[in-house]
Design a protein around this ligand. Structure first.
Ligand code: ITT
Length: 196
């Protein structure tokens, strides 16, 4: 069975490849298919954007397609950056971490609760799109630590591990992450699809 992992984000791609390893699914990427089109994310929720990407890239590829819309929700920022996580502050990379820290400059440690959210949409020709979700709770650190993962991982402190998500191993992240939880639920949907 073939499944298009429809993301331009190499961090997500790497994690899905590891999480779905050994399941007998042939994963295709947008690069494999020569698709460079960017589907515009005009939704206001993770689910809407995941649907737009899954259905849009399915239409372009003709393949069953998985899309991930995910982000960071900070309680003290009323859930920001949320669906705007990839373009928060209009900057990327290290500047984005600095921007988040600046927004939270006056917020004390005990009020820095946050969570990562991942919504996966699974689209296939002729069927309604299905969804799978996951989340992970943590605390926004006072400074970045670690070099693993991607995005906001160096600022995401895990109470159980006493480490940031960028300091734990890739294997550990793929056990506990929002994406791993959503991918496990997605895997069950795929098994149902392909049983019939
Ligand atoms: P695609 O739309 O091509 O999949 P994207 O990076 O633009 O790639 P999103 O719109 O879903 O994807 O934005 C997700 C952003 O949320 C991502 O760029 C990170 O900033 C953040 N994010 C999501 N999951 C994360 C994770 O596991 N670790 C750190 N940051 C994460």
């Amino acid at each position: 069975h073939e499944l298009l992992i429809a993301t331009h984000n190499p961090g997500k791609r790497r994690e899905f490849a590891a999480i779905f390893d050994g399941l007998g699914i042939t994963l295709r990427t947008l690069d494999d298919l020569g698709i460079s089109t960017e589907i515009e994310e005009t939704g206001t929720t993770f689910a809407e954007n995941a649907r737009l990407k899954a259905e849009g890239y399915m239409a372009l590829s003709g393949l069953p397609t998985l899309a991930d819309d995910s982000g960071l929700e900070v309680a003290a920022l009323n859930g920001a950056p949320g669906v705007y996580s990839a373009r928060y502050g209009g900057v990327q990379g290290a500047a984005q971490l600095a921007y988040l820290l600046e927004q939270m400059r006056d917020i004390p440690w005990h009020q820095r609760l946050a969570r990562f959210v991942c919504v996966i949409a699974l689209a296939r020709p002729g069927y309604p799109t299905e969804f799978a979700e996951g989340s992970l709770a943590g605390v926004i650190e006072l400074e970045p630590r670690g070099s693993g993962g991607f995005g906001y991982d160096p600022l995401f402190y895990l109470l159980d591990d006493d480490k940031t998500l960028a300091e734990v191993s890739a294997e550990r992240k793929n056990q506990i992450s929002h994406r791993a939880e959503a991918a496990r639920a997605a895997r069950e949907l795929l098994e149902q699809w392909w049983q019939a």
